[in-house]
Structure formats: C-alpha cells, structure tokens
Design a binder for this molecule. Structure first.
Ligand SMILES: *Cc1c(COP(=O)(O)O)cnc(C)c1O
Length: 452
C-alpha cells in the first residue's frame, strides 16, 4: 500500500504540453479593444516579453522548459501524488481517489509554476520590474517569490478590501521583497481617477488590473504579468498533469475521472490538458473531465460563450470565453480565487466542444467536503481547492451506489492556512449559500461588447 507516489527531481518534465497543437480547429484570436481586429504582437510588446507572446499563439505541441526554470521548480517539484486511502474508507467507496498536491510550493499553491517561468523570460529580455494585481494575495505572493529569485523588483496592486482584511499574504509579499500597494492607489492615473469618483472605495480586481497595466505600459523597465486565464499560463501549469500521468502509470492506472476547480482556469488546465490531449489525439476514450465552480460565480454553467473584456473598464483585449459579463460583480464569497467573470479561452473552448463537464456548488457543501477531507487526509485545503474535493466526494459516492471502481484524480491546488477565517465562518454559520440570480446574469450579459 503506497500512499505517496514520488518522482525523482530528474523527472521534472523537460517540456510543457501545448494543447493548442491538438485542437481540431484554431482558437478564436484575441481582438484589439478599439479596432476589434486580431491583436498583433506589437500591441502586446509594451507589457509582455516576446517569448511569452510567442507561447501565447504557438501551436507547437511541446515547448522546452528552460534549465533555469526547472532548477527553481526543483525546490518543490515533482509534487507528490497521493492516494486518498483514508477518504476512500470514510466514504466506503470502491473508487480509487488520487490527488496532486500543489500546496508544497513555498507560497502554498500551484501559482509559482507559471510565476517562475514568467519572471525568467522577463529577466532574460532585460526587464527589471514586474507589476501585477492580486485579489486575495495568492498570485501576488507567488510572483513576489519568483521575481525575488531572479533579482527583479515586483509591484503588486492589491485590492484595498483584501489589503485591509487579509494582512498575512501582504506580509508574505514583503518577506519576498515585493512592494504591495493597496488599490486604488495614487501611483497611477487610473487609481487617482477612481479615488476622485469613488472616495473610500474598497477597490476591485478590475481596478487593480488597470493600475498594474498602466504602471507597466508607462515604464520601460517594467512589464505586466497575469497569473491565470492566458494560454501561456495554462501551458506552464501542464507540469502538474504531465507528472500526474507518469505517477499514475507507476500505480498501473489511468484516470476515469479528472477533476479541478476553476477560477481563471489555470490549475484545472494544468492537471487536465495532458489527459484531454490523449483523447484529442485518439489515444484514449471515455475520460470524464469535470470543472468545478461556485454557484455564486457560475461562469461555465450559466455564462455565455462570447467575446468579452478581461477587465471591468474594457481596456484589455477581447477574449472569446465563457463570461458572465465584464461588469458582473461577484459576491464576496470566500473562495477569492474563483470570483472571475471570465475564464481561460482554452478551457472555454473545450467546454464549448463538450470535452469538459462543468458543475457548480454552494459554499456550505464545499466546506462540508473540505472539513471531511481535513479529518481524513489531514490537509486543510484552500477554499478554491475545496470545490474540487466536493466534486470528488460526489463522484466517489456515486461509485458506492453503482459499485464502479473508478480511478479519480483531482488537483489539490493549495493549502488554506491563510484562509482559516473562512473555516471559522463555516463553523459559526456565517457562510451564505448564494446563487447568482439569473436575472442579474441576463443584465450583465446584455452589456457584452457588440461585435461588428
Ligand atoms: C488562484 C487559485 C485558484 C484559482 O485560479 P485558477 O487559475 O483557476 O487555477 C485555485 N486554487 C488556488 C489554491 C489558488 O490560489
């Protein structure tokens, strides 16, 4: 009985898997917000390094991981694949449950997998500082960790409400030598304008994005970086699925069901794309791929597959994705990482094509699952990852009814050590089972940008 399946450091993948190579037809291109024409590399050059722009549009099946990046990934990769024997016993399920544990990275989630690669390419192209936004602080702390290792500066615009309410991620960024600024700030025209118009505003991710992009666009030595959604971010996360596939092979199995939670879609893509690729290439059939989101922000289950802006102000390129509308304001549910109105265009396309089945859950059932997991497997998962755990338990209980011995693998995307106040709310009955009203979704979808 082997609980952990571990790989040697020499088995950290040497190439990322690019699912764009195996799509039956190309992705719809991002469009310029002004002209509505496809975005050109020159449009992106002021804020992204050339290599990441190339990766964004590449249709090459594999892309080499630079040695410098693999060196840093070796601080925590290959991450362990666990067999959840104790959860299986608790559920009395014949299913075999495995999980990839990404909470072993120093900042505690999957996010450094791309932060390290992005910092590397920026440094290589002479960039000295990266600006970004963060909501709850997971992405900011991952990028702060990565930039520090490449001797770069890092400026993180953190949504004011989180900056005030969740000080620990901010302190973590400071430990990693980053500057963490509450947004809206006085550093940018965008931030000053919002403060003039809405004094005392708690800020939003959309405002913080506008500030970070403006900072990068107005400083030659500074670029911008995004922690999810974009194709190159999903690409960098495929180390998760590539390792998992090898680890499952060592256990003589291949998954029947692959599960991940979806905010922008990157940890889900990282685990699932190598398995979906097997199906697209005709190597496997019948693998069920489940994407889990909160009922309070039901992008994949209730949104529309359409072009929309990535930010509230409508400054970013238009992406073809599932969206709840760029002026959708998600309620303050605790899974801060799952509150985005849109989703990765690659994940959206595969949902649209029927390769991925989305489902949504309420907060209290998600935390029921998280607590059951902690009391059997020991790990206190991040509220985001808890959505995946809930789906795993449901599938495993279905197996108990049918007697099927399915192999289930899920991405345990991070630990919840900085999210204990959410667990506290769960214990004290303070979590709201909110479902985003259909009428409000119809209203925000009515404001989608008109296409020519
Ligand atoms: C940020 C985050 C997520 C959501 O982001 P994705 O891009 O959808 O993966 C999920 N889990 C954890 C632990 C996170 O930090």
């Amino acid at each position: 009985m082997q609980t952990k399946i571990l790989l040697d450091e020499s088995e950290i993948p040497s190439q990322w898997y690019n699912i764009q190579a195996d799509l039956p037809s190309p992705l719809d291109p991002p469009l310029h917000p002004g002209t509505r024409q496809p975005v050109t590399p020159d449009d992106l050059r002021p804020i992204f390094p050339m290599e990441l722009i190339r990766q964004e549009v590449s249709t090459q099946r594999t892309i080499d991981i630079p040695g410098e990046v693999r060196d840093i990934l070796s601080l925590w990769r290959p991450s362990p694949l666990y067999r959840a024997y104790r959860l299986e016993r608790h559920l009395k399920t014949p299913a075999k449950i495995y999980y990839k544990w990404e909470g072993v990275s120093p900042p505690g989630s999957h996010k450094p997998n791309t932060a390290v690669a992005q910092a590397f390419y920026n440094q290589k192209e002479g960039i000295e500082r990266i600006a970004t936004e963060t909501g709850a602080g997971q992405w900011g702390s991952a990028l702060a960790f990565a930039t520090q290792l490449f001797d770069m500066d890092c400026t993180v615009y953190m949504v004011r409400a989180s900056y005030d309410q969740k000080p620990y991620r901010k302190i973590m960024m400071q430990v990693y030598n980053a500057e963490c600024i509450p947004s809206p700030s006085d550093r940018t025209e965008a931030g000053k304008k919002v403060q003039r118009e809405h004094p005392g505003t708690p800020g939003s991710l959309g405002i913080a994005i506008s500030e970070a992009v403006e900072d990068a666009a107005t400083h030659d030595n500074t670029n911008y970086s995004l922690g999810s959604v974009l194709n190159h971010v999903c690409l960098h996360q495929t180390v998760i699925g590539l390792e998992a596939k090898e680890q499952l092979a060592r256990a003589d199995t291949y998954p029947d069901v692959v599960i991940g939670c979806v905010g922008g879609g990157s940890n889900f893509a990282g685990l699932s794309f190598p398995f979906i690729g097997d199906t697209l290439k005709g190597k496997t059939t019948g693998t069920e791929i489940i994407a889990v989101e909160p009922a309070a922000c039901p992008t994949l289950t209730k949104g529309l597959y359409a072009y929309d802006f990535g930010d509230v102000a409508g400054l970013t390129p238009l992406l073809k994705m599932f969206t709840l509308g760029h002026d959708f304001i998600p309620p303050a549910i605790h899974a801060g990482g799952l509150r985005y109105h849109g989703v990765a265009p690659l994940v959206a396309r595969l949902v649209h094509d029927g390769m991925i089945s989305p489902r949504s859950y309420y907060q209290n059932e998600v935390f029921d699952a998280a607590v059951a997991f902690a009391r059997t497997e020991g790990i206190i998962v991040a509220p985001e990852a808890a959505h995946a755990v809930k789906a795993v338990i449901d599938v495993a209980l279905d197996c108990r009814k049918t007697g099927e011995e399915k192999t289930i693998v899920f991405n345990n995307s991070g630990h919840g050590h900085f999210d204990l106040s959410s667990y506290e709310s769960y214990f004290t009955g303070g979590l709201i089972d909110y479902e985003y009203p259909a009428e409000l979704i119809r209203e925000s979808l009515a404001n989608l940008p008109k296409m020519g």
